[in-house]
Design a protein around this ligand. Structure first.
Ligand code: MV4
Length: 446
């Protein structure tokens, strides 16, 4: 097993990785910017290295500084967390060239899944259902209009380099096509430096359901069921739950087996998430994430599996001891992302947290790196922490969430806690009857 892991991240995920490493007997190295000298991830780690000034480009995204930190500290592996360099194939390549393990998939799998056109073709060959659409990139308007007519309007123009909804435009009819195509291309060129786009049938009111998979380098692949992440605002997840309120056990088994078989065929290693849109009982692949995700704890809560531990074991080339038959889904879990933002306007609210008191008791988990007196710097994302609930049933989870939100005290900055209390009163939330546009519609109607 690794002796020393450098954690190339900050905030709650850096703590999550540190905890898994320590339980495996692995020592940890924190890296931090000058804005994070007093951060909890630095205090907790066995060693720390300052790698640059506050802007992410000069610190948490600065590959030469991070490689230097590995060499100075003698780390034999890097855990990238999520965000920053977690899905940067070049970073994985560079680490490998320096004889440092990247705790994640092979660089080529990161590269494949980063190109949405190639990713879709590869998973389709491996048996995963995809959204009907163009066979590859669309190069000109006339070709696009022919393919769009074939697919049937409305169609969605998507960036091959996409993600986060950038470079994505709906064409409701052929009259809209030219403008949607040109706008998507321009946005994609600006955001990603690549103007390749492709077409898909536009699904109007789907849910976002993703399958968590875990694979080792010995052909063992398991899935941990799904997470329903339909409640999003501007492509940021706000509330996630597992299991999905709408899937049957048979649907879960069926899509889970399709995903594990595909991942085995692709020769993928580590944790991964296969994201689907789900509408009228059908799954349609949209993308695969090759990192540990923010919302991974809800899968841990319903399976009892420590995903970070398994990811590190698989990353070290060891065999997973888990078998699919050992994985039983038990109860219901909900995660609320608590951000330092105004609960109605979502304006970021960095600054000092004067008082921080977390809820506790049975079935309540808080993954956070803040403490009373901590000052949230303005340079990074606004996540204060994640409130994760587990209970035997969904109804009990909703009640437990309500009481945990009431216990939570965060003073000094605005937080999104009041939003969750409001959501708990909504009949559609109580019944699980929501889709990917529900939250934005709700917020627009307030
Ligand atoms: C779609 C779609 C409808 N139809 N694809 C948004 C980001 C990117 N990862 C995929 N996205 C979508 N792809 C087809 N064919 C609607 C979205 C979408 C969305 C997806 C998941 C969660 C929230 C969303 C919000 C708006 C649009």
């Amino acid at each position: 097993m690794f002796n020393k892991v450098l954690i190339a991240n900050r905030g709650e995920i850096a703590l999550r990785v540190h905890r898994a490493c320590h339980e495996l007997g692995i020592s940890t190295v924190a890296i931090h910017s000058t804005a994070d000298e007093t951060a909890m991830h630095v205090r907790l780690a066995d060693e720390s290295v300052c790698i640059g000034p506050p802007p992410p480009q000069e610190s948490y995204l600065n590959i030469p500084s991070i490689v230097a930190a590995c060499e100075i500290s003698g780390a034999d592996a890097v855990h990238p967390g999520y965000g920053f360099l977690a899905e940067n194939a070049k970073f994985a390549d560079i680490l490998e060239a320096h004889g440092i393990s990247f705790i994640g998939p092979e660089a080529d799998h990161i590269r494949l899944m980063g190109d949405k056109i190639n990713a879709k073709a590869a998973v389709e060959r491996a048996g995963i259902p995809v959204v009907p659409g163009s066979a590859g990139a669309i190069l000109d308007i006339d070709d696009g209009k022919r393919v769009a007519a074939d697919i049937g309007y409305p169609v969605l123009v998507k960036a091959a380099a996409g993600g986060g909804g950038r470079g994505m435009k709906v064409a409701k009819t052929e009259e809209d096509f030219e403008s949607a195509f040109e706008t998507a291309r321009l946005e994609s060129k600006t955001a990603f430096g690549d103007d390749s786009v492709y077409l898909e049938k536009y699904l109007e009111r789907p849910r976002h359901i993703e399958i968590q998979i875990l694979a080792d380098t010995h052909g063992n692949v398991v899935h941990l069921g799904e997470r329903d992440c339909s409640l999003q605002r501007r492509h940021q997840k706000v509330w996630e739950e597992a299991p999905s309120p709408v899937l049957t056990p048979d649907e879960r088994t069926s899509i889970g087996e399709i995903c594990t078989q595909a991942v085995r065929e692709l020769g993928y290693r580590g944790v991964g998430t296969i994201e689907f849109l789900y509408e009228n009982g059908e799954f349609y692949f949209i993308e695969m994430n090759t990192r540990i995700q923010v919302e991974h704890p809800i899968s841990e809560m319903i399976t009892g599996i420590d995903l970070l531990r398994e990811q590190i074991i698989a990353g070290g080339g060891y065999k997973l001891t888990l078998k699919q038959d050992d994985i039983k889904i038990s109860g219901h879990s909900i995660e609320c992302r608590i951000n330092a933002e105004h609960p109605e306007t979502f304006v970021p609210s960095p600054g000092q947290i004067n008082r921080f008191h977390t809820p506790g008791g049975m079935g309540v988990r808080v993954d956070s790196a803040v403490y009373s007196g901590y000052r949230i710097p303005p340079y990074y994302d606004s996540l204060i922490g994640k409130l994760i609930i587990h209970a035997p049933t969904r109804d009990q989870a909703l009640k437990r969430l309500d009481r945990a939100l009431k216990e939570f005290v965060i003073e000094g900055v605005d937080t999104t806690i009041p939003l969750f209390s409001r959501l708990l009163h909504e009949e559609d939330i109580r019944s699980g009857n929501y889709h990917i546009h529900w939250l934005e519609n709700f917020l627009a109607g307030q």
